[in-house]
Write a protein that binds this ligand. Structure first.
Ligand code: ITT
Length: 193
């Protein structure tokens, strides 16, 4: 039918990620309806989120009729934890959480951290897998601060916003600069062209 929007599926169990992505999708007037889908996904443990994303995407093949994407994110404390928790972010959030991270780095004055995001898309019209990435650098807050966002947001201060954690800014502000926002803008620009 003319003017009917295409459908694209976002396979995720994480409501917060879906909300962030939906907001940006809507504000960018993409000609696709975004639908959250929760299907059986296999994960592997490697030290690259790119590999995790690629494996995850392939494990969905045959379960979804149409184009779909997944997003894999990681939180890396570069100084002083040499990138930990990285691919273990989900597990570390569930076990020691933000307070646990703060205790691990308690003795260190200087910190540096980043979030990375990979969106892995299966694009049906081309029968192809495509990848879009984003990274944001910052540091770790001394205390847990802010009520917004999710996961490690209350302890991450992006370099581009002085002294506010991701949990102290709006979703729009986070989307403007975040790892996920950057990856998503690349996906959106692909879908628009
Ligand atoms: P999926 O079903 O989409 O895989 P997930 O929660 O397992 O959802 P990820 O593997 O991508 O998501 O992310 C691992 C963890 O990293 C996640 O559970 C959060 O604790 C944290 N994380 C990811 N993105 C974040 C963000 O933007 N802000 C704060 N923490 C984030």
């Amino acid at each position: 039918m003319r003017n009917e929007k295409n459908i694209i599926y976002f396979v995720t169990t994480n409501e917060n990620k879906f909300e962030e992505i939906l907001k940006l999708f809507q504000s960018e007037n993409v000609n696709y309806n975004l639908i959250q889908l929760n299907v059986e996904v296999n994960e592997i443990q490697t030290n690259s989120i790119q590999e995790v994303a690629s494996f995850k995407l392939n494990s969905i093949k045959g379960q979804v009729d149409g184009s779909y994407f997944i997003e894999d994110a990681g939180f890396f404390v570069d100084i002083p934890l040499n990138g930990f928790p990285g691919v273990y972010s989900s597990y570390v959030m569930k076990t020691i959480g933000n307070n646990g991270i703060l205790r691990l780095i308690d003795d260190f004055e200087k910190t540096s951290a980043h979030f990375s995001s990979i969106i892995a898309l299966y694009f049906k019209p081309l029968d192809k897998n495509l990848f879009f990435e984003g990274t944001i650098h910052g540091k770790i807050s001394k205390t847990v601060r802010g009520e917004r966002g999710f996961g490690f947001d209350p302890i991450f201060i992006p370099n581009s916003i002085s002294n506010k954690t991701f949990a102290e800014i709006s979703t729009e502000e986070k989307n403007n600069i975040s790892h996920r926002g950057q990856a998503l803008k690349k996906l959106i620009s692909f879908l628009k062209n």
